[in-house]
Design a binder for this molecule. Structure first.
Ligand SMILES: Cc1cc2nc3c(=O)[nH]c(=O)nc-3n(C[C@H](O)[C@H](O)[C@H](O)COP(=O)(O)OP(=O)(O)OC[C@H]3O[C@@H](n4cnc5c(N)ncnc54)[C@H](O)[C@@H]3O)c2cc1C
Length: 387
């Protein structure tokens, strides 16, 4: 598709977040919504996600985002005409440290108060859910039976398709290379193909968000960090259903994918890049050590392959959503870390609402872009780094 000369809103980045925003803007009747994607729709961090969806977050705002997004996943097929592969497999956290357990207890109280079904269970109850688990070194486990998973490609494709049907345009293979400002206001978005006149641009560039923000002179603490996922050959020795299970002590997590197991070492690495994350096969060794400790039966499994992706982290592990400080017309929806896929439905709605109504209908101060400059972004309780 040709790059147009002008647009009402330009969304920079066609990942799950950008496509959800485009859909919600178009649904609200915004004309001339244009998504500019340097690669292909969903090819960024979104294509690397494990698809996990949980309501076990440490703050009320994020829990509300989860509950709203879950409702969207539940009815996705009807609304978008695409089966998102949504399944309630549950999330299970294995806890072996007393201080960690106290943190969970406080979060469970908050989550339950907001209507989330989350339970503290014994190690033996955890083993009843996943019989292959080693549990002799655990203090407890935390079980969220309503948590689940869906397919990032299916969900992103569903948002993109409906956005197009509602009149939004999506151009792929076009990189945003500049943002044109005048008197502190955004005027245009520059690409190699053409400069697009627009009063509003939304930065939804995932791990490359800081680079895109810099085009407008805005510094953003979005820190791309690599994480690996490996998968086994078919391994019926661990039969399904298996919850998305995280070993808090090591960061190792796993879930089933058809007959195989998806396994992550839970690594967090700065590879000095915001676009590409090459696989380090040495990580497979670390993975095997952590995995065999928790699931001894995996001694018999074989790793069939793996991939790595960049999680767009922030210093306090909360996203950055709101107008960019100092540049009128430049909006931010970035820094979603390991939970950008699952929070994309609610994010699209609040961003579209904010842009069309002038403010959001819920308190989004947790995500305030200005909090870092004001020194307010202190990580008190990050909650589990689960994906
Ligand atoms: C291994 C791994 C596992 C994960 N598991 C989960 C999980 O289970 N659940 C969950 O919720 N989240 C998970 N995540 C996190 C999730 O993938 C991200 O938070 C989410 O995909 C971010 O979506 P996004 O649209 O912001 O970014 P992206 O998908 O990266 O989209 C941004 C897009 O912007 C484009 N872009 C960048 N710069 C430019 C430019 N200058 N011009 C034009 N386009 C540009 C990129 O090409 C990209 O397509 C995981 C991440 C990883 C790496």
């Amino acid at each position: 598709m040709e790059v147009p000369r002008a647009a009402g809103v330009v969304v920079i980045g066609g990942g799950v977040v950008g496509c959800s925003i485009a859909y919600h803007l178009a649904r609200r009747g915004v004309r001339d919504v244009l998504v500019v994607e340097r690669d292909a729709v969903g090819a960024g961090a979104t294509s690397k996600a494990a698809g996990g969806i949980r309501a076990q977050f440490p703050t009320e705002t994020e829990i509300r985002f989860s509950l709203e997004s879950r409702r969207v996943f539940e009815t996705f097929a009807e609304e978008f005409g695409v089966d998102p592969g949504y399944r309630r497999i549950g999330y299970l956290f294995l806890v072996s440290d007393a201080a960690d357990l106290r943190g969970f207890e406080a979060r469970i109280a908050l989550q339950r108060g907001l209507g989330v079904d989350v339970r503290l269970i014994s190690p033996d109850e955890a083993r009843a859910l996943v019989p292959a688990l080693r549990v002799d070194d655990l203090l407890a486990a935390v079980w969220g039976p309503e948590d689940g998973m869906a397919g990032p490609a299916e969900v992103t494709g569903g948002f993109a398709r409906r956005a197009r049907e509602l009149g939004a345009r999506i151009v792929e293979g076009v990189e945003v290379t500049g943002l044109v400002l005048a008197a502190g206001r955004l005027r245009a978005v520059r690409t190699a193909a053409r400069t697009i006149a627009t009063p509003v641009a939304v930065n939804a560039a995932g791990p490359a968000a800081a680079r895109v923000a810099r085009l407008a002179g805005v510094e953003l603490p979005v820190l791309p960090r690599r994480r690996h996922i490996f998968f086994t050959e078919p391994f019926p020795e661990v039969p399904g259903p298996v919850p998305l299970t995280t070993d808090r002590a090591s960061g190792f997590y796993f879930r089933k994918e058809l007959d195989a197991l998806l396994l992550s070492p839970g690594d967090v690495q700065d590879v000095g890049d915001d676009l590409v994350a090459p696989v380090d096969w040495g990580m497979a060794e670390e993975l095997v050590r952590k995995a065999v400790h928790r699931l001894p039966i995996l001694e018999r499994a074989r790793i069939a392959g793996g991939w790595a992706g960049l999680r767009p982290l922030t210093p306090d592990d909360h996203a950055i959503i709101g107008p960019a400080p100092g540049v009128e017309g430049f909006f931010l929806a970035v820094g979603f870390g390991g939970h950008g896929f699952q929070h994309a439905p609610a994010t699209g709605r609040v961003v579209a609402e904010w842009l069309t109504e002038g403010r959001p209908s819920m308190d989004l101060s947790l995500f305030d872009p200005g909090r870092f400059a004001r020194g307010r972004a202190v990580a008190h309780d990050r909650g589990p780094d689960a994906e």
